[in-house]
Ligand binder design. Structure first.
Ligand code: GDP
Ligand code: IMO
Ligand code: MG
Length: 429
């Protein structure tokens, strides 16, 4: 069976965790393929409410293999805390597997992340501060430490000695920061490596073998396509290498691209963004406040208030094409339940002209103002609805139009954060 990818179609936090938790019941392997603990994937199910950072959202099923792929950047201290936190709540991590090729987030990475943000001043990106950007810079710069190094006793000591000397020079001379102590870093990370050792393996083989057996494999994306290094609102993006788009999934777990045949693109029924950078449909009025309050739009990782606005179909259509979305998943429909009018941006106005494509130039995007199509709201609760036909007519019309604008069928609709609060029009998995 070829694999299915779940990606975020906007600026992250679309509800990927919730969608992966739901679909994991049909899969035998669930693999994260990019990013690190800058991601925060919320899952609410019969086991409780969880905010996952690195552990795939399939972990709540005891019979599934969960993989943290080679494309991820792993903070081993944070991962261990996450595993312990899950165990303390009765969730077993016995079938968790960590790629030996994944890069390690080292103590200098968050320091450099924070220092870079300070130096950028008013042009700060608004990162999550977890050091993920600098870790991927080191990956591409060939100065990274990988999980296979971390668990390699004497090899780790040697690699750390070489890299820390260079990193301390950077911390002191470039950033004016205190150098890090070799012994402190070595002892803390050696211990973390020893704890994680039983989980570390060649996960690409595990995923390939599952596909060869004909098992269903789900590849869990992090962030969203508008935060992608190549196609997002550069430089207000995340630094994941490989890409956070569906195309990054093959590289991020180590399979051929021909082993993926479905892409579920997750979209909120409106738009949110955390961090800086342009967002044409952002609302600064009481409607924006209302979206934030009704949707409790505060970041899972940093607790920052999310910027809120109407659905941006120009951006969403761009990401649906970019990712080859075969099924759209619309989440948080219920948040719109009480709005009398719901707006969708179908084009931008910029410099006196109408623009229907998503511009590469971020300063052009910042000057774009939305052209809206208005929809009458349904003003009825939808959280208990489980069949498309039972949705209010105005909600059906809204979803049909989103599907048209996206150029992909809306196959799943989420009407609440809990596992069963969703409508399957056509199964994705
Ligand atoms: P992710 O990063 O894409 O996994 O998304 P987050 O977990 O960061 O943010 C999504 C938030 O929306 C979480 O608090 C979810 O519990 C919540 N959520 C997901 N789907 C729905 C839905 O259909 N309705 C409501 N009200 N909340 C939802
Ligand atoms: P999930 O997987 C929302 C944003 C940050 C910042 C930019 C760069 O939960 O959807 P970084 O720390 O990655 O260098 O920050 O990217 N960002 C996210 N926004 N959801 C995420 O992940 C994000 N991961 C990074 O807010 O604007
Ligand atoms: Mg999130």
């Amino acid at each position: 069976m070829p694999a299915v990818v779940v990606i975020g179609g906007q600026w992250g936090d679309e509800g990927k965790g919730r969608v992966v938790d739901f679909h994991s019941q049909y899969c035998s392997v669930i693999a994260r393929y990019s990013a690190g603990n800058n991601a925060g994937h919320t899952v609410i199910n019969d086991r409780g409410t969880f905010a996952l950072r690195l552990v795939p959202a399939g972990i709540f099923y005891d019979d599934k293999d969960c993989v943290i792929g080679n494309g991820c950047a792993i903070n081993p201290i944070a991962l261990w805390e996450e595993i312990e936190g899950l165990k303390a709540r009765g969730v077993s991590a016995e079938r968790l597997h960590i790629s030996d090729r994944a890069h390690v987030v080292m103590p200098w990475h968050p320091l450099i992340d924070a220092a870079d943000e300070r130096l950028r001043g008013p042009f700060a990106i608004g990162t999550t501060g977890r050091g993920i950007g600098p870790a991927f810079v080191d990956k591409a710069g060939r100065a990274g430490i990988r999980m296979c190094d971390l668990i390699d006793g004497a090899g780790f000591r040697e690699r750390l000695r070489i890299i820390l000397e260079y990193k301390n020079a950077v911390l002191e001379k470039l950033y004016g920061l205190e150098p890090l102590s070799f012994d402190a870093v070595y002892n803390e990370y050696r211990e973390a490596g020893e704890r994680l050792l039983p989980y570390v393996t060649d996960t690409s083989l595990l995923v390939q073998e599952a596909l060869d057996r004909g098992d269903e494999v789900l590849l869990e994306g992090a962030q969203g396509a508008l935060l992608d290094l190549d196609f997002g609102t550069y430089e207000f993006v995340t630094s994941s290498v490989p890409s956070s788009t569906a195309a990054g999934a093959a590289v991020g777990v180590g399979i051929g691209p021909n082993r993926i045949n479905r892409v579920a693109g997750v979209y909120k029924a409106y738009t949110t963004r955390v961090g800086n950078g342009p967002m044409p449909t952002e609302l600064f009025d009481e409607e924006g406040e209302r979206l934030r309050n009704v949707g409790r739009e505060y970041g899972t990782v940093t607790g920052r208030p999310r910027r809120c606005g109407w659905f941006d179909a120009v951006a969403a259509r761009f990401t649906a094409r970019l990712n080859g979305v075969t099924s759209a998943v619309v989440t948080r429909l219920d948040v719109l339940d009480a709005f009398p009018v719901i707006r969708v941006c179908t084009a931008y106005q910029v410099d006196g002209a109408e623009l229907r494509s998503f511009p590469a130039n971020t300063t052009v995007l910042a000057r774009c103002t939305p052209v809206y199509e208005d929809f009458p709201g349904w003003e009825t609760p939808t959280s208990d609805v489980r069949r498309f036909a039972d949705l209010p007519a105005n909600a059906q019309a809204y979803l049909r139009r989103l599907g048209e604008l996206l150029g992909a069928p809306v196959d799943i609709i989420s009407v609440g954060p809990e596992r069963d609060q969703c409508i399957q029009v056509r199964p994705v998995v």
